[in-house]
Design a protein around this ligand. Structure first.
Ligand SMILES: Cc1ncc(COP(=O)(O)O)c(C=O)c1O
Length: 243
């Protein structure tokens, strides 16, 4: 039982694993108590563009609001955050700005300052529109599917090596890798391998801690990544791990 305004924040694309929350079930539970459901889909919401992955986002259309970033998987410049809200009156009431010196449009024309937190902003919509227009529906699906296939390629190649563990289910574009240490200090060894790969410079990937374990976090999201990049990166990681 809840009292007062309540918001449930679900995630489409966990920053470590890429996992997408069960959005249908979350919307069922929230609907019973009248809670607002917001989906943080900073990168993972782009999976909805792929016919092969769309099922992971089932129920997302029932949420009250979504946020995603075009500067992540769509590969446009920072800072192209996108918000979608199913309740335009609520959205406008929260964001609308009135002042005697501000000129409001007449009729149906939309004033941007009534829909976002900034009055002055550059034309972020332009590169977003251009990327979507040039890639089209199939181009975006292809970008997403390609990155996910490369992530699975990383996971398969690394998991074959003794002493290397892939920790997550690779449903999307994220791979968490752990390097086992003969002396038992797997965290220290994993962090040392991450540092060595960063110093090597063939590719860049970060470290993280997931479920209490240190891990290498591989995130494949660039449109220009090729099979050759993946092969060279796997080789660089294994070189660092065997040093
Ligand atoms: C799942 C998720 N939510 C939110 C953010 C924050 O995005 P931004 O830096 O564009 O505000 C990130 C960025 O890494 C993310 O991966």
């Amino acid at each position: 039982e809840i009292s007062g305004p309540t918001i449930v924040c679900a995630q489409a694309g966990n920053v470590n694993t890429g996992a997408i929350d069960p959005l249908d079930a979350i919307c069922d539970a929230a609907g019973e108590s009248g809670a607002w459901v917001h989906v943080d889909g900073a990168f993972g919401m782009w999976a909805a563009a792929s016919p092969a992955l769309r099922h992971l986002t089932r129920g997302i259309e029932r949420a009250d609001s979504w946020a995603t970033d075009a500067h992540k998987w769509l590969n446009v410049p920072y800072d192209s955050g996108l918000v979608f809200c199913a309740h335009p009156d609520t959205h406008r009431a929260a964001m609308g700005t009135q002042a005697s010196y501000l000129v409001q449009s007449e009729g149906t024309e939309r004033d941007e300052l009534n829909w976002n937190p900034e009055a002055s902003r550059r034309a972020r919509g332009f590169p977003v529109y251009a990327a979507i227009r040039s890639l089209g529906r199939s181009g975006i699906a292809d970008l997403v599917d390609r990155c996910c296939a490369y992530a699975r390629g990383f996971a398969e190649a690394l998991a074959r090596e003794p002493g290397v563990e892939v920790l997550n289910d690779v449903d999307l574009n994220q791979v968490l890798v752990r390097f086992l240490d003969a002396g038992g200090d797997h965290d220290a060894r994993t962090r040392a391998v991450v540092k060595a790969v960063q110093e090597d410079g063939t590719c860049w990937l970060g470290g993280t801690t997931w479920q209490g374990k240190a891990a290498m976090r591989i995130s494949v999201s660039n449109w220009s990544t090729t099979t050759d990049d993946v092969d060279r990166s796997v080789a660089a990681i294994l070189r660092a791990a065997s040093a």
